[in-house]
Design a protein around this ligand. Structure first.
Ligand code: DX5
Ligand code: ZN
Length: 223
């Protein structure tokens, strides 16, 4: 049976002026989650999306949020986002003083935790806590901006993480690919082992075609 690949559009790339239409199309096409890139200008060199955006989005759609915390010292700030059961919260290994404790803090809200890794951060940073997370978000670009190119060894890192999860018997372990996931590389990213795709300007929010066409083209690109 074909494995379900979760689609999580990167809302930092969305046209805010057409948000309601965008969400209606996402609901029509069964989009799984909405990826919220939260950036504080400290952990990453950009400021992007925040607590109020999450709250307003919850009032506009039932599609669960997939909150990617690219912020320094995230643990005391998790509650600011009021994470809900069914939502995801990603904590960067590079950002938390105590990553495992931050993961438990996400769990305590009822939301589902993911650990997140920047391109250069080794898998060994999460290998001892894989049983306590639903999966790992792998940044395929250096975080901060949309429209960047994949870092060279990204695919090998996905393969290595999938092999590590399999070696631990973690069959439902989620690997989220975040950054430059496009029409041309989505299939190889999935074949490498990713099963959740963050979709930004390289795919769903590509400027070259209307949104619905981009959604269908993205789905058609999957293996
Ligand atoms: C990068 C962001 C991603 C992504 C956007 O920091 O986390 O959401 O790059 O998608 P692309 O890379 O396709 O514009
Ligand atoms: Zn992200």
């Amino acid at each position: 049976m074909k494995k379900h690949i979760k689609l999580s559009p990167s809302m930092m790339c969305a046209d805010i002026g057409a948000l309601k239409e965008t969400l209606a199309l996402f609901e029509k096409h069964g989009i799984d989650t909405l990826h919220i890139d939260v950036m504080d200008g400290v952990l990453v060199p950009n400021l992007m999306l925040g607590t109020d955006f999450c709250k307003r989005l919850r009032n506009l759609t039932d599609i669960p949020l997939d909150i990617h915390l690219m912020i320094a010292d995230p643990e005391p700030k998790i509650a600011w986002f009021d994470p809900q059961p069914g939502e995801y919260v990603s904590i960067h290994a590079e950002s938390a003083k105590h990553l495992h404790r931050a993961i438990l803090a996400v769990k305590a809200t009822g939301a589902t935790p993911l650990a997140a890794l920047n391109p250069a951060t080794p898998l060994s940073s999460v290998s001892y806590i894989m049983e306590d997370v639903a999966g790992v978000l792998l940044m395929l670009v250096n975080p901060g901006y949309a429209g960047q190119a994949l870092v060279p060894d990204a695919l090998r890192k996905i393969k290595d993480l999938r092999a590590l999860a399999d070696s631990k018997g973690l069959s439902g372990f989620e690997i989220q690919a975040d950054g430059n996931v496009g029409f041309a590389n989505a299939a190889e990213i999935v074949k490498a082992g990713a099963d959740c795709l963050v979709l930004g300007s390289s795919s769903v929010f590509s400027k070259e075609r209307p949104l619905e066409e981009a959604i269908l083209k993205t789905k058609a690109a999957l293996p």
